[in-house]
Design a protein around this ligand. Structure first.
Ligand SMILES: C[S@@+](CC[C@H](N)C(=O)[O-])C[C@H]1O[C@@H](n2cnc3c(N)ncnc32)[C@H](O)[C@@H]1O
Length: 299
């Protein structure tokens, strides 16, 4: 019995090793050429960008003084608020690892942000070297840095697109034929829907993506929540500096998962979502300001 189990495990390990040692083919950029029917916008360093402000909050290097000013203003409103970026990123890592361990081997990461320490493809490919990831972001700096990072990784793509146009994203040459929509997909909308205004129909956008997914697919989502007293002032800072931002209630965030089956523990403050270690409560405000959860498409 033990021998069989050992043999089975060794065989899985051998397959994993073979996949990870497999020679990476030269990166094929033909899908990107097909896509470029438009000009890639210049990176404008005179105005802050969401991706660069978030990078600054994570302690990254790909940001400019205008971006750091937005963070400094947020810090004045709430000194621990920017730690929520780390809390959010840790949630993304736990969520992707969980999905990969459940057998999800293709991910569509909408509003993916600049590459940082542990990115979706690294987390997923650590569990399954064959996992495929498409990163989508509308900020040209993400495309520039993502392409550099991914030049050696043929199972990962990064594309410049607005997630508010689901038909364009789903029909994109970088997505079609690379993600197999007849099989389960891990759809990520992590810390991005709070940049979509009510009048832009975020719930309809979510449905347009989940509607395209096969049963067994999952949506991993996180979102600024209006629980803490300074939420309104932080929202005003987002609108003033980045032109957009919307804090929503736990109920409103949960409603984005309507029609899907919630995975335990539902939509909660991020540190409480399947923590790797015991969490000390009560949470401080960096833990309370973003809520998130995971839900599964059943039919
Ligand atoms: C706060 S960052 C989150 C990054 C990553 N998902 C994470 O949680 O670590 C939000 C990202 O969403 C991108 N974004 C905002 N609106 C978008 C849109 N309409 N389409 C595509 N990307 C968008 C921003 O450029 C930014 O990189």
């Amino acid at each position: 019995m033990a021998d069989n189990a050992d043999r089975a495990e060794n065989s899985v390990n051998d397959q994993d090793r073979a996949a990870s040692q497999e020679q990476e083919p030269d990166y094929d950029w033909s899908w990107a050429d097909a896509e470029l029917g438009y000009e890639i916008p210049e990176i404008d360093t005179s105005k802050p960008s969401i991706a660069r402000v978030y990078d600054a909050a994570l302690g990254g290097q790909d940001n400019y003084p205008v971006d750091r000013e937005v963070l400094e203003a947020a810090l004045k409103i709430n000194p621990v608020a920017i730690r929520s970026a780390r809390v959010n990123r840790d949630f993304l890592v736990r969520g992707v690892r969980h999905l990969a361990e459940q057998g999800i081997d293709q991910f569509l990461d909408l509003g993916s942000g600049l590459p940082t320490a542990q990115n979706t493809h690294q987390v997923a490919q650590e569990v399954n070297p064959r996992a495929r990831v498409v990163y989508v972001d509308n900020d040209p700096i993400v495309l520039a840095h993502g392409q550099a990072l991914l030049a050696q990784n043929s199972r990962t793509r990064v594309l410049l697109a607005d997630l508010m146009d689901p038909a364009k994203v789903l029909g994109h040459p970088g997505v079609e034929g690379f993600i197999d929509f007849s099989r389960p997909v891990g759809l990520l909308m992590v810390a991005v829907l709070h940049h979509i205004l009510d009048e832009e129909d975020p719930a309809g956008i979510v449905k347009a993506y989940t509607g395209r997914l096969a049963p067994g697919s999952h949506l991993l989502l996180s979102h600024f929540c209006n629980t803490i007293p300074e939420a309104k002032a932080l929202e005003e800072n987002l609108v003033r500096s980045l032109g957009r931002g919307k804090m929503r209630s736990q109920e409103e965030i949960t409603a984005f998962l309507d029609g899907l089956e919630p995975v335990e523990p539902g939509v909660v403050a991020l540190p409480l979502w399947r923590p790797d270690e015991p969490v000390r409560e009560p949470l401080d405000e960096s833990g309370m300001i973003i809520f998130g959860g995971l839900a599964r498409k059943t039919a």
